[in-house]
Design a protein around this ligand. Structure first.
Ligand code: 9Z3
Length: 325
């Protein structure tokens, strides 16, 4: 007869990290001062009638070691952010593009990560030089011209880790805050919900050979709250909610909106995000934006429609209408 031994349930001690103290206990990124100076200078150079958007894009990493060899990554190619930045520029916005290093960038996004690599677009020109292959030439020319046209209205800043992202987000938010309703926050970056605080991290590479690895991660403090309440209170804030379970998407997006009190949550599902998104606002039913798959195959990005709709609502917000909320 086997004997069952009852083990008492040991509650796991929960370390709740406060968003305000987070910055006292984590290392700022090396480009923080550079980003601060650049963003200030960039804004000062802009026409004060133009709206400004901070677009965040790509996934954050969460290191497992202080001298990082291994990390946990968040899914995001940076398509949403880079395509949206292009659309915002086309609509007259000045854009600060805060993106994960090596993820997709505006105007370069069709070439930088393509399966054939850069060389696949080039061919010898017969005179000892190279040229773009005929089949790509017109598209490359369009992107090149757009890149040139908007270069004075686009500033790119990189992050890699969650901590880089949060420091840079706070820094840029505080600079944009005085611009008030003129600023739009377009928070498309995929931000980790879990991390290991640096004081709980091992210094050196975790060693193998002693069995399985068990990780204990803390919940990332909810930074949308201080962003909306303290860092940039009058700005127009659009956050994104990503889920894989369709049943959770609407309730989680609504909950985020109620909890943080910002203007819009764009809700999307991992598998349909390229052609379907829902705009969740306080006083209205979810607004579905979708494009036919045929259009997607023909190169129509849903970001064109999404950004047009958000820019329209931002304009109303600037003029004081309550429609957006
Ligand atoms: C999104 O939901 C974006 O739309 C995607 C875009 C990451 C799905 P891709 O870059 O994908 O085009 O491949 N981003 C936000 C996801 C997120 O992390 N939200 C957090 C949350 O919901 C922070 S606001 O709590």
């Amino acid at each position: 007869m086997s004997e069952t031994v009852e083990t008492p349930l040991v509650p796991v001690e929960r370390e709740v990290i406060d968003p305000d103290t987070y910055f006292d206990h984590n290392q700022p990124p090396k480009n923080l001062q550079w980003a601060h100076d650049k963003v200030k200078e960039f804004i000062a150079q802009q026409d004060s009638n133009r709206p400004i958007a901070l677009v965040t894009s790509g996934g954050t990493t969460v290191p497992l070691e202080n001298n990082t060899v291994r990390f946990v990554d968040n899914f995001s190619a940076g398509t949403r952010g880079s395509a949206s930045a292009e659309q915002l520029l086309a609509l007259g916005y000045v854009v600060i593009f805060l993106y994960r290093e090596n993820s997709l960038q505006p105007f370069n996004r069709h070439y930088s990560h393509s399966a054939q690599g850069m060389l696949g677009y080039l061919t010898p020109d017969g005179k000892g030089g190279v040229k773009v292959k005929d089949e790509y030439a017109s598209k490359v020319l369009v992107d090149l011209e757009l890149c040139e046209k908007y270069k004075a209205q686009l500033l790119q800043v990189t992050f890699t880790t969650l901590s880089d992202y949060l420091f840079l987000l706070r820094e840029i938010s505080l600079i944009l805050a005085p611009l008030g309703t003129r600023s739009m926050f377009y928070l498309a970056a995929a931000v980790s919900d879990f991390f290991i605080p640096s004081h709980n991290m091992v210094e050196h590479k975790i060693q193998s050979g002693t069995g399985d690895l068990t990780l204990r991660m803390n919940q990332v403090p909810k930074f949308l709250r201080p962003l909306v309440k303290n860092w940039a209170p009058a700005c127009f804030v659009v956050s994104f909610k990503l889920e894989t379970d369709p049943n959770l998407l609407a309730p989680k997006a609504k909950y985020a909106l109620e909890k943080y009190g910002h203007q819009i949550v764009v809700a999307n599902l991992l598998n349909t995000r390229k052609w379907q998104v829902w705009l969740i606002t306080k006083h209205h039913d979810p607004f579905l934006l979708q494009i036919p798959l045929k259009e997607l195959e023909n190169g129509h990005d849903i970001e064109q429609d999404l950004v047009a709709e958000l820019a329209r609502r931002h304009k109303q917000y600037i003029s004081g209408a309550s429609e957006t909320q």
